[in-house]
Design a protein around this ligand. Structure first.
Ligand code: CDP
Ligand code: CDP
Length: 223
């Protein structure tokens, strides 16, 4: 039997930072489902397919082979044989991922990959619909959030530290738009699962969030 921890929440809540560390502490694998949506988005961008062109996206779903490998404990996304980890972290790919993730066929294709991974290994999986749709039987579900201002502040700091010039208001607007698209799409929208634990990290440090999740998980295992 394998264990699974689902971490969902809006953009910039700290999901990937926290999920990666929790996985490390537990010796589980970290599954970043956002990277899979980004790989699909990269494929669509390269083919010049628009996010709302349902017909061409259906075709693309058949042609885009997305698989996951691990190197030194880090997830590697392979798109038709090419490791695209280095190409999927751009704004352009992020925006396309957010738009094309509303497509049902894209979601069904990637959810199958995610479920297969969780069936074989102990996982900490983060995304938007993990607790509600991908792994409804997850051993622990976390809904990690923070105010949009705090999330924008974190993104702003991250970009500034990388030497990228950016405007705080534009970042906050982008975050709010993404949340809106994720929460209002028809198929598997972002929402807190009924049995998920809500963690608002607006005023919590990274270690504090990790410790809370570890405690919750050990508490669940002991039930
Ligand atoms: O994966 P998600 O978009 O939810 O967020 P992330 O990329 O893990 O986190 C965004 C930024 O917030 C990172 O720079 C984290 O270091 C930072 N962060 C933080 O400052 N305090 C927290 N409690 C959680 C994350
Ligand atoms: O940019 P950020 O780190 O917040 O997002 P990400 O986790 O890299 O995911 C990129 C986009 O994929 C998000 O904006 C979501 O719209 C979408 N996504 C999704 O719909 N469902 C998931 N399970 C994961 C990501």
């Amino acid at each position: 039997m394998s264990y699974s921890i689902a971490i969902d929440g809006p953009a910039g809540a700290g999901k990937s930072t926290i999920a990666r560390q929790v996985a490390k502490r537990l010796g589980f694998i970290y599954v970043d489902t956002g990277a899979m949506y980004r790989a699909m988005a990269l494929y669509l961008l390269r083919k010049g397919i628009a996010a709302d062109d349902g017909e061409r996206i259906s075709e693309a779903c058949k042609d885009a082979d997305i698989t996951i490998e691990y190197a030194d404990g880090e997830q590697q996304v392979i798109l038709n044989g090419e490791n695209v980890n280095g190409s999927i972290r751009t704004e352009e790919v992020g925006n396309m991922a957010s738009a094309s993730a509303a497509n049902k066929e894209v979601r069904i294709k990637l959810v199958e990959l995610q479920r297969n991974m969780a069936a074989k290994k102990n996982v900490v999986m983060d995304g938007r619909d993990i607790g509600t749709y991908v792994l409804p039987e997850a051993d622990l579900k976390i809904y990690l959030t923070a105010s949009s201002a705090v999330r924008a502040e974190r993104r702003h700091k991250e970009l500034t530290e990388k030497g990228i010039e950016c405007d705080f208001d534009a970042i906050e607007r982008d975050i709010i738009d993404r949340d809106d698209r994720d929460m209002t799409r028809e198929f598997a929208p972002l929402r807190q699962a009924e049995d998920a634990v809500l963690l608002d990290s607006s005023y919590m440090g990274i270690e504090e969030v990790i410790d809370s999740i570890m405690e919750l998980f050990h508490g669940k295992k002991g039930e």
